[in-house]
Design a protein around this ligand. Structure first.
Ligand code: NAD
Length: 254
């Protein structure tokens, strides 16, 4: 059993899907958890549900595309819990479906600001704390889309490739400082984000992808990402840094 007793974890995008499952997993493993999301009502509900079960939680409203808010989210976490041991930078959105020749500039800016710059600034302020502590672990949320191209999803895929670049660079910079940095690359996972893609008429495409391209022939569950993030943040992964771990039922092998 992985234990995070006496440890402090921070999760962005913690009100839903993969972030919520990971925040729950950290709490159940004994960590004090800062749940961060721009959806204030949902993040407060999620934090309260965990607190009602006896876990130490803190709900923080923060838009990860706003540097000042990101800096404040890290400060609030340390002010409340005293340190920061593990961070899962997970908040993200999908781009609107459009081929590269038709992508509006504002959609590009929105996706990059959240999915790439949001991860960069989260890492920046988390690393300032971890560097001082001389310890810490970061997991960034990339995607299968961070490893392969994507039809009408160019901006999303570019941002997720960028997350892997920042992950490797930070892992190199802090390898001798007691800090590890890795990325997780989820494949097709059942969350409100994938439900939204189905609602946009991509249900049939997702079904074909699952049945044709996923060797395990099923979608993944949020808990399967959470388990991987906890493993990467634990001492069981003490010699793993700068890696991008696919959790996709074998999809990336195709
Ligand atoms: P989701 O939509 O269920 O949850 C995302 C959460 O992030 C939401 O609570 C949302 O409010 C929050 N969020 C979005 N933008 C934010 C911002 N600017 N600031 C703060 N919070 C913000 O989605 P999910 O499926 O759980 O996705 C989580 C991460 O996993 C994303 O980075 C996504 O790209 C990645 N991912 C998901 C899948 C999948 O199949 N679901 C596959 C690969 C990668």
């Amino acid at each position: 059993v992985i234990s995070f007793e006496n440890k402090v974890a921070l999760v962005t995008g913690a009100a839903s899907g993969l972030g919520l499952a990971t925040a729950k997993a950290f709490a159940e493993a004994g960590a004090a958890v800062a749940l961060v999301d721009w959806n204030e009502r949902e993040v407060q509900t999620a934090a309260k549900e965990l607190a009602d079960k006896g876990h130490r939680t803190l709900a923080i409203q923060c838009d990860v595309s706003d540097d000042a808010q990101v800096e404040a989210m890290v400060k609030k976490t340390v002010a409340e819990f005293g340190r920061l041991d593990a961070a899962y930078n997970n908040a993200g959105i999908q781009n609107m479906l459009a081929e590269t020749a038709d992508v509006p500039r504002d959609d590009y800016d929105r996706v990059m600001a959240i999915n790439l710059r949001g991860v960069w600034s989260s890492m920046k302020f988390e690393l300032q704390v971890m560097r001082k502590q001389g310890s810490g672990v970061i997991v960034n949320c990339s995607s299968l889309g961070g490893l392969v191209g994507g039809n009408q999803r160019g901006t999303y895929h570019a941002a997720k490739h960028g997350v892997i670049g920042f992950t490797k660079s930070a892992a190199l910079e802090y390898a001798t400082c007691g800090i590890r940095v890795n990325a997780v690359c989820p494949g097709l996972i059942r969350t409100p984000m994938s439900d939204k893609m189905e609602a946009e008429g991509q249900g049939e495409a997702l079904k074909i992808m699952r049945e044709t391209f996923v060797p395990m022939q099923r979608e993944g569950m949020p808990e399967e990402i959470a388990n991987t993030v906890l493993f990467l943040c634990s001492d069981l992964a003490s010699y793993i840094t700068g890696q991008s771990i696919s959790v996709d039922g074998g999809y990336v092998m195709r």
